[in-house]
Design a protein around this ligand. Sequence first.
Ligand code: ADP
Ligand code: MG
Length: 364
Amino acid sequence: INTPIRASSLLGSIGSQTYQGTIKVSVRPRPLSETASSTGSWNINKQGNIIANVEAGEFQYDKVFLPDADNSEIYRDVVEPVLEKCLQGYNGTVFAYGMTGSGKTHSMQGSETENGLIQLCATELFRKLNAEFNAFKVGCSYLEIYNEKLIDLLNFDGPATDDLRIRDDPTFGIRVVGLSEHWVASEKELIEVFERGDSARKTSCTNFNDRSSRSHAVLLMRVEMKQDSSTRHSTVCLCDLAGSEKASSQSERRKEGAFINKSLLALSTVIQKLSQGSFNHIPYRDSKLTRLLQPSLSGESIVSILCTIHLSSSTLSETINTLRFAARAKNILMNVRRNEQQDTDKDRYEQLVRENERQKQEIE
Ligand code: ADP
Ligand code: MG
C-alpha cells in the first residue's frame, strides 16, 4: 500500500501479462465445541465443494473443508496459489471473513500447537525468495481498523498515531500516510515483527476479545524480487476481518457496533456490486476498509477469501449470511496486472529508485 513503485513501471512491463479468473472462495467450518447443542445437520459433498442444509439450501464454492482440516491444509488451498502468483509479480490478498468465534484468528495466527496461515506464508515466502531470486527485499506493515480509525501496529518508537489518513496519490495510488514499514530479512524477523505488533494490539485495550471481534487486522508484506535482468514487485495482504455478525443489542448498535459494521457493511456492498458485474460507482469511499482494499478489490490483486463458519444450529442465520456473502464474492472477476520490469536501462532504473526513495521520505 505504501508502494512507491509506479515510477519504475515507466520502464515498461514485460509484455502486458495479466491474470484472469474469479475470486477464489473457500469455506472452513470449525469443529463443534463441546457446548454446541447440535450440528444443524450440514452436509459436505465428497468432492469438497458443496455444503448443504435443509433449511439453508445448497452452496457451491471452490473448496469446502471438513471440520477436521488443519491449517496446513487450508494454507495449501487458500494461500499457496496466491503466494505462487505473488512471486511472479502479482499482488495477492487473502481475507478471513466470518462471525466471531468461527475461526478467523485460529486460521490466520494458529494456536499454541499449530502454525497459522501468516506463519506458513512467511516460511514459504522466504524459502522461495532464497531459492529463486538473486536478491530480494521484504517490507512489513501491520495495521488495525477500529471504529473507522486506522492504527499503525508497528509504530514502536514513533509518536502515537491512532488515526492515519488514506490518500489517493496520483503517482503511488492508495497510500496510508505515515504507515511504518519494517524491512525483514528472514521468516523469523517477519514473525517477530508481526508478533510485536500483535501484542501492541492486545495491550492497547482492556477487553481484547471484544476489540478483536470489532476490528480488522491487516498485515502487508511488500516484496521486491530481482533476477538477472528483471525486477518484480508484489504486495501480499493478509486480513483478519471483524466479526461479521450483526450487533446483538440496541446499546451495542448505538455504541460502536454500527461503526464497525460500517466497514464490513461497505465491504459487503462493494462485493455485491462487483459480483453483479458493475464497475462504476462502487462505494469504496464509504469506509476505511474498502478504501484501503480498493486496489485489491478493483483488480490490482489476486484475491482468495476464507469464510469461516459454525455448524451449530444456534448460529444458523449468521452462517447463512456468511455463505451468501461467500457466494456473491465467488462471482467477481479479477483481471490482475503483473508487476515486472526489464532492467534494460539500468541508470534510468536506478535514478527512478532514488526518486522513489526521495518521494517516499517526502510523503512520510
Ligand atoms: P474468530 O477469530 O473468528 O473470532 P477464533 O479463531 O478466535 O475466532 O476461534 C474461537 C475459538 O475457537 C478459539 O478458542 C479457537 O482456538 C477455536 N477454534 C476455531 N477454529 C478452530 C479449529 N478449526 N480447530 C480448533 N479450534 C478452533
Ligand atoms: Mg479473531
